[in-house]
Design a protein around this ligand. Sequence first.
Ligand code: NAP
Length: 334
Amino acid sequence: MATRWGICSAGKISQDFAVALKTLPSADHQIVAVAARKLDDAQEFATKHGASRAYGSYEELARDPDVDVVYVGVIHPHHLKTCLLFINAKKNVLCEKPLAMNAREVKEILDAAKRNNVFLMEAVWTRFFPASEEIRRLLARGEVGEVKVVRSEFAVPLMHVPRAVQKELGGGAMLDVGIYCLQFTSMVYNGEKPESIQATGVCFESGVDETVVVTLKYPGSRLAVFTCSAGVQLPNEAVIAGTKGTIKVPYPMWCPTSLVVNGKETQYPLPEPSMPLNFLNSTGMRYEAEEVRQCLLRGLKESAIMSHTDSLLLAEVEDEVRRQVGVVYTQDCQ
Ligand SMILES: NC(=O)c1ccc[n+]([C@@H]2O[C@H](COP(=O)([O-])OP(=O)(O)OC[C@H]3O[C@@H](n4cnc5c(N)ncnc54)[C@H](OP(=O)(O)O)[C@@H]3O)[C@@H](O)[C@H]2O)c1
């Protein structure tokens, strides 16, 4: 039986997620319903992506008995209340990154998912790319020896995107793009907690972080360094340096289609989209969607590849980085 998706919000990433789902067999994945704050937006989305039902409120989607799992694509200050709405209605949830604004909110979502016995995953799509699977395989068999340094960067000028710069919309480089560097580091170091975190950064006038440089130290003299920015462009690559070699993730490191392992390059091409995308390589969201399907088929409540503990660790490090840089959201004061 197909996994029946409900889509929450008709925004940019939801549009791309719907296109990504269409690269998978329709016998496995179907969009049955979409909800947006305005019914017109939902209807337009439903027509474009072949959803049979369109709702003008998220509550109606939460009540739809034919929806197995909801993809939450609203902006991140609204992740907490939107996730709680669906989770408390006993819906499984795949929520866009960052799962919430801070660790307190993330814990609230995770607790609700456990209480309601539903599946929940933060949509860290990168982890499910074939290139990322290959990185995990290479590390597990010690291809580059012991990893000593992980370096990554994700920096793009986003000054023209209101949700990337305005504080009340959840703006800031760490939560928008830095999370990709952090999740990469955390994946390579197997979800270990860093023993120290050092962050320095500069902020937009709005008070959210424009550019941040973070150094993480892990037990056993292992390091990671990343740069994220919503103000400038960097090459946006990543490197894993071990005692026996290196793995390089060329641009774009957050949605990789190639790897260079000890100098040898391999391509991991993505399927072509059936319609224009808002973001680069978005058909790669098909892999996280398939992970959700496989977890649901097996009755799992979380993914082993992007677990609840993983989401909490990301949020805790993000909180500490923001504390050191001096970025405070209203959600931090509640
Ligand atoms: N995985 C990725 O590669 C990727 C890429 C981009 C973004 N994202 C994540 O996806 C989320 C959405 O990003 P986006 O670029 O799609 O954003 P967007 O198009 O600006 O907004 C998404 C939706 O959020 C709701 N929304 C927007 N502004 C709102 C407001 N002021 N109050 C209440 N609701 C509001 C709207 O829902 P309605 O349609 O219901 O009105 C809107 O369609 C973010 O958390 C972001 O971090 C992920």
